[in-house]
Design a protein around this ligand. Structure first.
Ligand code: SF4
Length: 760
């Protein structure tokens, strides 16, 4: 490799910040920020800045491991792959194809997610595949699909945030989870807009808000209903918009009117004057947004909760209008793409439904198989993990660490241990890999080319910048080799671009249409927003985008890659009326950096779709659907034995299960272990001092960590971050009660008690 910078993207969260990687003459690489990527504009958080440390052979796997005599010992690749193929084949022979499970991850590239789903269904013939993204944002995906006919995390670019009038940020803490994004909210306020943060904790993000609402965990649904009640009572609905662009308002309105503000105050603990102030701030500007993250989503009623926030947007005429609407801040690096290409239990590539006969025919045609040979939908992530060792006897796992990240984690660890056979492909020896019969060391971000799709729906190219250590292979190579050993010689190339070319065809005409996207375009254009059908107009297929499924030709000309290209567009709340062009583009908006103009010459291509729904929604009639929802309690309310609520979350210096970031010295020093946040009044009642070891106990287990006493948490609630294994593993406590639609577990709320163990 030459010592020149290779532009690529961060391996961690869904912001996918742009960075350069430069191999150093003395070995190793240097990571530097990229100013030309409009999402981070030259900023990186500590995780991104130190990402190269995980490339070091000192902290990662460099040879396959197989279990011999109870211990993992080094082996050659042929032996390790032979063993996996033999055990998967034997299990299928004995118990049937559905005894084989496959578990993927939201960090896998689009190519890997695609190949993994195809491998499960075509090579193994199993329906039992799902991935850890089910734990992440599936409730938002389900609610978005119900309301708009399509789920794309953000239906507009982050660059629209500073130009709206008010943002309600629900259960999201970007100051810790994706710090460079905080700039958009700071700019919003500098432009005269306002920020409302809904969070049981006074987080670093909440500290910057104009208004902080701190509901009891698990009551966001009631909060949204209370706000909608006030919107109606104060005559702030947008009747023309409701009439022209939505259906189902009367039922949703009736449901909201049953939630009087005083009733909502009793449920949530949020005072009525704060509810009224939030409504005023949200309704007065001409444009406003609601953005949700894991807080309202990781609940046993997460789909309804997100639906209630969407209803608020619809009743006030926000969704599908310039600089306005509802969006979900997806968490994992490829959380968006990971849910589009077939590693979900119920989906085929292109965000198609597995139980849709036309979708099955299309994808089977691309795969060269009989549609009837494709299995139907399988178990969701928690249900799949819960079936290990019983119905599911052997598991192939890629890019996930459920021993730390799954709810009721001690139980899931036992289920993993009870398997007949476990194979794990990972970069490091994670806590889950430690349990495996075979561990395969695989390449990572800087060592391989592949695409991800950011929280904005922007498809990005990660480029190979350095060679992996000898002994390490890619996940695609693993699937290629296993497919061959299991009798499928063709259809599983190890080359990522070849996989992407097939993914394009498989996604063509689907909701998430990538058919107009190529590696070359991604490299030249700094990313492309889906849907992007092939050709200038393309077949579309969803009606998802503004007007005709395309970004219209009428976009005014502008520089193709200027990070500041949109900076002079006035904030929507400062304009008399934020309108759209005839073709549905926000008035005054220039093309986003890197967005080509469609139809501008003989080689014209579809430009991609930065903004969805401006002309119509992706429903059959083009209208958004209100979904009537009512408040209900969390699956586990406090009682005499477990009188407190636990909520879990993240810290800035760790990422997800911490498998990578716990191996980075600087991050580990900044966040060395778990802690339990206690309000001073609760601490006084318990007799706990700051730093005391405390045990948090739920019906599922016990986790021990030092107390951190802070007035930032509600007195009836305790908080633990979930990045660590061992005695401080927060997910030992969490409740796997599932949302009936999304099958999302209730990470954000369960009943606990706290026992003080004494000084550390
Ligand atoms: Fe990476 Fe996310 Fe940090 Fe950006 S905010 S550098 S994408 S971890």
């Amino acid at each position: 490799m030459e010592n020149t910078p290779t532009p690529t993207h961060c391996p961690y969260c869904a912001l996918q910040c742009g960075m350069n990687i430069t191999p150093l003459p003395q070995g190793g690489v240097e990571v530097t920020e990229r100013a030309d990527f409009p999402v981070n504009r030259g900023a990186l958080c500590g995780k991104g800045r130190t990402a190269a440390e995980v490339l070091s052979p000192a902290v990662r796997l460099t040879a396959p491991l197989v279990r011999e005599g109870g211990r993992l010992v080094e082996a050659g690749w042929p032996e390790a792959l032979d063993r996996i193929a033999e055990r998967l084949g034997a299990t299928r022979e004995r118990y049937g194809a559905d005894a084989l499970g496959v578990f993927g991850g939201g960090g896998l590239t689009n190519e890997k997610a695609y190949a993994l789903g195809k491998f499960a269904r075509v090579v193994l013939g199993t329906s039992q595949i799902d991935y850890n993204g089910r734990f992440c944002m599936s409730s938002a995906a389900a609610a978005g699909t119900k309301a708009f006919g399509l789920d794309r995390g953000l239906p507009f670019p982050l660059e629209d945030v500073p130009r709206t009038g008010c943002v309600i940020l629900v259960g999201s803490n970007p100051a810790e989870t994706m710090p460079p994004s905080l700039r958009f909210f700071t700019e919003l306020r500098e432009n005269g807009g306002t920020l409302i943060v809904v969070d049981p904790r006074r987080t670093r993000t909440a500290e910057q808000a104009d208004l902080h609402l701190a509901p009891r965990p698990g009551t966001d649904l009631a909060l949204a209903l209370g706000l909608l009640h006030l919107v109606v009572a104060e005559g702030r609905t947008d009747e023309e918009y409701i009439r022209e662009r939505t259906t189902g308002w009367e039922e949703a309105r009736a449901a909201a009117m049953a939630h009087w503000p005083e009733y909502v105050e009793r449920i949530t603990g949020v005072p009525v004057p704060q509810l009224r102030e939030a409504v005023r701030m949200f309704c007065e500007p001409t444009a406003a947004m609601v953005l949700t993250a894991r807080g309202p989503e990781q609940q046993s009623k997460g789909t309804d909760t997100v639906g209630a926030w969407i209803n608020l947007c619809l009743a006030t005429g926000r969704a599908g209008r310039p600089f306005s609407g509802y969006g979900c801040l997806t968490g994992q690096g490829n959380g968006q793409g990971g849910r589009e290409h077939g590693q979900k239990a119920d989906q085929l590539p292109g965000y198609r439904k597995l139980d849709d006969p036309a979708a099955r025919r299309h994808v089977a045609g691309v795969w060269g198989v009989d549609p009837d040979s494709l299995p139907g939908p399988g178990r969701s992530a928690y249900e799949l993990l819960d079936a290990l060792g019983t119905d599911v006897r052997a598991l192939l796992l890629m890019g996930s660490n459920p021993v730390v990240s799954a709810p009721r984690a001690a139980h899931i660890e036992r289920r993993l241990r009870s398997l007949d056979f476990l194979a794990v492909a990972d970069v490091v020896l994670s806590e889950t890999a430690e349990l495996a019969d075979v561990v395969l060391p695989v390449t990572q971000w800087a060592e391989e080319t592949g695409t991800t799709t950011s929280l904005e729906g922007r498809v990005l190219l990660r480029r190979r910048a350095v060679a992996p250590p000898p002994g390490v292979r890619s996940d695609l190579y693993v699937l290629h080799e296993l497919a061959g050993r299991l009798g499928v010689e063709k259809g599983f190339p190890a080359d990522p671009e070849e996989v992407f070319e097939e993914l394009r065809r498989a996604s063509a005409g689907g909701p998430a249409d990538y058919s107009g996207i190529t590696y070359r375009r991604l490299a030249e254009e700094n990313g492309v927003f889906w849907p992007c059908p092939e050709g200038p107009g393309g077949p579309g297929g969803t009606g998802a985008a503004d007007g005709e499924g395309t970004v219209p030709d009428a976009l005014p000309d502008g520089p193709a890659a200027d990070p500041g290209a949109t900076a002079d567009v006035p904030p929507a709340h400062l304009t008399a009326a934020a309108g759209t062009t005839a073709a549905g583009t926000p008035a005054g908006a220039r093309p986003l950096p890197g967005t080509p103009v469609a139809g501008s010459g003989p080689a014209a291509v579809h430009p991609g779709t930065p903004r969805l729904f401006l002309g119509r929604f992706a429903t059959p009639d083009g209208r958004a659907r209100f979904v009537p929802v009512v408040h209900r309690a969390t699956a586990e309310e406090p009682d005499a034995e477990y009188p407190l609520l636990l909520t879990t979350g993240r810290v800035v210096s760790q990422y997800q299960s911490g498998a990578q970031t716990r191996r980075v010295a600087e991050l580990n020093a900044a966040a060395p272990g778990p802690f339990v946040e206690l309000h001073p009044r609760l601490a006084a009642r318990l007799g706990a001092a700051d730093g005391d070891r405390v045990a948090v106990v739920s019906r599922r287990g016990r986790a021990v960590a030092p107390a951190r006493i802070t007035a930032a948490i509600r007195p009836d609630t305790v908080f633990m971050p979930f990045h660590w294994p061992g005695e401080g593993r927060a997910n030992t406590l969490t409740n796997p009660a599932l949302d009936p639609t999304s099958r999302m577990p209730e990470f954000k709320s369960c009943a606990v008690r706290v026992e003080v163990l004494g000084p550390a």
